[in-house]
Design a protein around this ligand. Structure first.
Ligand code: C2E
Ligand code: CA
Ligand code: CA
Length: 333
C-alpha cells in the first residue's frame, strides 16, 4: 500500500469524524504464492498488523520472512511446553542476594531455566514472553512455586533452618489463576512459613484493576507473605503506585546500572529512590549490579542489599547450598 492511499483514507475519515483522533494501522500480506488458503493469508496479515499495534511511529507493516520465523519459533515453544512440564525440564536456578556491608546472604531469587534433552539451556527471555502471550506462563509459574516450596522444606529438614526464596509472579498469572488460593495451598501443603516464599510482582499487574490488586496484596500480606515490588522505577507510574500499594520490599530496576552516557544522572535518580525507600521504611534491593564501583556507590547511598553478577549469577541449587555453607545467612525482614 502506498503512502498516498493511506493519506487518502485518513483524511476521508477525519472529514467525517472531526472530534476523534483516529489511528489507522495496516497489516499486509503480499500474495506471491496463490496456493495458500485465504484464511492463512488473513492470518499473516493479522500477524503483521499485531507487530505495529500500539506503536506511534509505524502505520503499515508487511508480513515478512522474519515474522514467519518468529511465528514458527513461537509455535515450537508452545508445542514443546506440555512435555517440558511433564518431564520436569524446567529447573529452578537461584541468584543470591547479599548484604554488601557484611557479606551475609539474605535470600535468593528463583529464576527458571529450560533444559530440553540434548540441547543447551534456554534462558527465560527466549520463552517466558511467549508463554505469557499464550496464557501458558501460569502453569510454568505454578511449577516454579512448587519447586521453591519443596526446596524450602528440604533445607529445613537438612539444615534445620528456614531459608527463603523469592519467586516471580507474572502479571498474566493474576488473570489466569487465583494466585492467593494457589500460594496459600502450597505453603499449607508443604507446611512452610508463608514468609519464606517471597512473592515478586511488577507494577504492570496494577495497570488493569488496581482496586482488586491492592485488595489481593493486602490479603497476601495478612496471611504472612512478603511482597517484593520487582523492577521498581522501570514503569511510568512507580511513584503513584507506591501510594496505594502496601509492599514490603522494593527491587531497584537493573536498567539503572546499565552503562549510560550520563552516569551522574542515573546516580542522582538512584539516590532519590533510596531516600524514598528510607522515608517509607522499605528495604531496597539493587538488581543487576556487576561492578565494585556501583557497590561502593550503593553502600554510601544507603542501599546494602545487592543481587547481581558481582556476587553471583543465577546458579544451580547445589552451588547455592555451597554458598550457604560458607557465608552467614540472615533475614532482612
Ligand atoms: P527479573 O525477574 O527482573 O530477573 C532478574 C534478571 O536479571 C535475571 O535474568 C538475572 O539473571 C538477571 N541479572 C541479575 N543480575 C544481573 C547482572 O548483574 N547483570 C545482568 N546483565 N543481568 C543480571 P533471567 O534469569 O534471564 O530472567 C529474565 C526475566 O525472565 C526475569 O527478570 C523475569 O521477568 C523472567 N523470569 C525468570 N524466571 C521466571 C519465572 O520463574 N517466572 C516468570 N513469570 N518470569 C520469570
Ligand atoms: Ca524478578
Ligand atoms: Ca527484576
Amino acid at each position: 500500500m502506498d503512502e498516498n492511499v493511506l493519506h487518502e483514507i485518513n483524511s476521508n475519515i477525519r472529514a467525517y469524524i472531526s472530534e476523534y483522533h483516529i489511528m489507522n494501522y495496516f497489516g499486509i500480506y503480499e500474495v506471491l504464492d496463490t496456493e495458500i488458503s485465504v484464511d492463512l493469508m488473513i492470518d499473516r496479515a493479522i500477524i503483521a498488523l499485531n507487530r505495529i499495534k500500539g506503536s506511534h511511529s509505524e502505520e503499515i507493516c508487511y508480513f515478512s520472512d522474519e515474522h514467519r520465523d518468529e511465528l514458527l519459533y513461537e509455535q515450537r515453544i508452545i508445542a514443546d511446553f506440555k512435555a517440558a512440564i511433564e518431564h520436569r525440564e524446567f529447573e529452578m536456578y537461584l541468584q543470591p542476594q547479599i548484604d554488601c556491608s557484611d557479606n551475609c546472604i539474605v535470600g535468593a531469587e528463583a529464576l527458571v531455566r529450560w533444559k530440553p534433552p540434548g540441547k543447551g539451556i534456554v534462558r527465560p527471555d527466549a520463552f517466558v514472553p511467549i508463554l505469557e502471550k499464550n496464557g501458558l506462563v501460569t502453569e510454568m509459574d505454578r511449577h516454579m512455586w512448587r519447586l521453591a516450596c519443596e526446596q524450602i522444606l528440604e533445607w529445613k529438614k537438612t539444615y534445620d533452618k528456614w531459608y527463603s526464596i523469592s519467586v516471580n509472579i507474572s502479571t498474566r498469572d493474576f488473570f489466569f489463576c487465583d494466585v492467593y488460593d494457589i500460594v496459600v495451598s502450597l505453603v499449607e501443603e508443604y507446611k512452610i512459613p508463608p514468609s519464606s516464599l517471597k512473592l515478586e510482582v511488577t507494577e504492570s499487574a496494577f495497570a488493569n484493576d488496581r482496586g482488586k490488586m491492592v485488595e489481593l496484596i493486602k490479603r497476601l500480606r495478612e496471611y504472612g507473605f512478603i511482597i517484593e515490588m520487582d523492577d521498581f522505577g522501570s514503569g511510568y507510574s512507580s511513584l503513584n503506585m507506591l501510594k496505594d500499594l502496601d509492599v514490603n520490599i522494593l527491587k531497584l530496576d537493573m536498567r539503572f546500572f546499565e552503562n549510560s552516557e550520563d552516569q551522574e544522572r542515573s546516580r542522582a535518580i538512584i539516590r532519590a529512590v533510596i531516600k524514598l525507600a528510607e522515608e517509607l521504611k522499605l528495604p531496597i534491593i539493587a538488581e543487576g549490579v556487576e561492578k565494585q564501583a556501583d557497590i561502593d556507590f550503593l553502600h554510601e547511598s544507603g542501599c546494602r542489599i545487592i543481587q547481581g553478577y558481582f556476587y553471583g549469577k543465577p546458579m544451580q541449587v547445589k552451588e547455592y547450598e555451597e554458598m550457604l555453607k560458607r557465608q552467614i545467612y540472615k533475614e532482612i525482614i
